[in-house]
Ligand binder design. Sequence first.
Ligand SMILES: [Zn+2]
Length: 687
Amino acid sequence: MSKLDNFKRYTITSALPYANGPLHIGHLAGAYLPADIFVRYLRLKKKNVVYICGSDEHGAAITIKAKKENTTPQAIIDKYHNQIKESFAEFGISFDIYHRTSSAIHHDLSQEFFLNLYEKGEFIEKFSEQYYDEDYEQFLADRYITGTCPNCGYDHAYGDQCENCGTSLNPTDLINPVSTLSGKAPILKLTKHWYLPLDKYQPWLEKWLDEKDGEWKVNVFGQCKSWLKSGLQPRSMTRDLDWGIDVPLEEAKGKKLYVWMDAPIGYISATKQWAADTGNDWNLYWKKQENEADDACLIHFIGKDNIVFHCIIFPSILNAHGDYILPQNVPANEFLNLEGEKLSTSRNHAVWLHEYLEEFPGKQDELRYVLTSILPETSDSEFTWKDYQARVNNELVAILGNFVNRVMILMHKFYDGRVEGNNEITLTDKTIAGQLYDFYNDLEKNIEEYRFRQALQNVMDIARLGNKYLTEKEPWKTIKTNPDDAREALHNCLVLIGRMAACLQPFLPGTAEKIFDMLNIPPVGFSDDVKFENGHQLNISSLLFEKVEDSVIDAQIQKLLDKKQAAQATKVIPLVPAKENINFDAFAAMDIRTGTILAAEKVSKTKKLLKLTIDTGLDERTVVSGIAEYYEPEAIIGKQVSILVNLEPREIKGILSQGMILMAEDTNGKLSFVSPVDALHNGSVVR
Ligand SMILES: [Zn+2]
């Protein structure tokens, strides 16, 4: 085994999900499923491992969600903490503890960390100007300020980002900023904050990270190097907020710890709580031991958006404190997309775990299987419902389920489910035994190097091997010609099924349990032998997986489309800002008439221009119009339009244009004629 084998203890963490909304498949595929597979594997190898997670319950997003749902922050975190915890449990994510950062033990430990660094003089203290709401007597977090986006003119941009054009902003960039609390313009006021001097830690970080070269995933290591290359800046560890952990200083009254200071400490406080609950010593899992060889192995499973916090900021905090171990690895995943688009909570473009559980009861392993098969391990990957159906039907049903089912049916048909031989029944086929040995090597290497997709295929290869063996041996034929051969072949298959179930445990725990139950043997360790006593009775078998019908998949695809339409219907579309008022005379001066397009042709050597002949009722005249990208000339002949007839004629590309066709233009630049809804005679006045 690899380097991983050298540790006495393992501390495995999954990113703390934010308790302001439910979980979707992207979460599961990012930081939880890979960690759970890894942890279950370590446990099967009889390693001493603690698997830690919990809800992140601080930060402005919680208070804003509370405001939106017209309730309190506490009600928000209680609601989502419980919902998230339940979803994880349903999908078999096997945390030793699922804790929460609102707990007292976490507040205490976070403050202890802050004071430790404060007393060592690690922080830089700096004043800066920040928006302040005078009515509410509080500084405003970025999300509490809205205003006009300087980039696109959208008038509900937030202090940190414009959700319309996606530009990242500072609160002071906003035009006409408004406090969302009082609805009034905020003032700028000086405020003091405590900064972690990441620039000072940079040389140490560089040296530490260089040791990870070749061991860490390329995407993670590369991101870290690129931050270091652009130079680290001090980062504020405190915020002017009303929800979070108090900064434990008299002069910092009303200020809270930055949520990314306290969240990773949540791993440690959760371990403390777990240790208190179970009679363990948490220090063994987090603190440096007298002898370095006794240190625990710390591994953070996260999504790529959290790399900077786990590879730069948190290690800097741990190192500045001095008593703590540093992560051995941070195998961050990239993002999972859904049906060709990014997963999005705000657009409701997601497969929510709580909805899946309702619509696919008992099919957690199917989703675990599909997601593990497409984990975004080295690049973004994509979930589609068609692919879900194909993987369940062509792999789980046709390969894995089929192998187990065929063997169980034959055993019950020929021998009433009794395993009988001269003595213990174990694997007698040398070829299969040799191939199994190779599988194990591959499988272990893949899991230990965080290639879970590949590892799952290794397990499926055992099923493929079994199907092939069964087809070659044809026990349903040899039962008549050579009954000993038939019996031996089926017994070999039973052992193979048992060993496959052992390897399946980290990936599809529910399925592995079902198989052990059919075999009527207790679960065995990862690469342990499987043996049957003479006279062993198998249990009744049932199908492990069911085919997914087209109608089920079509319904899911339609559901996503419906959500998309609903989201679009409520989307605020940014408009060109309103113009100054004009008086009626200015409007009445324009002579707008209805007219009919008699002829249309492209103006040569231009892309946009059409030469139109218009019957205005008053006359027939020529108008050049920039609509060639939207209308084919032949398609618009006979169309009734609105035309401004008293616009000064002007020459365009050598053609005298007499008037202008009125067009409506949306924000995407799409054009449409402004035409009378009912046919009128040409020359009718538009007013
Ligand atoms: Zn914008």
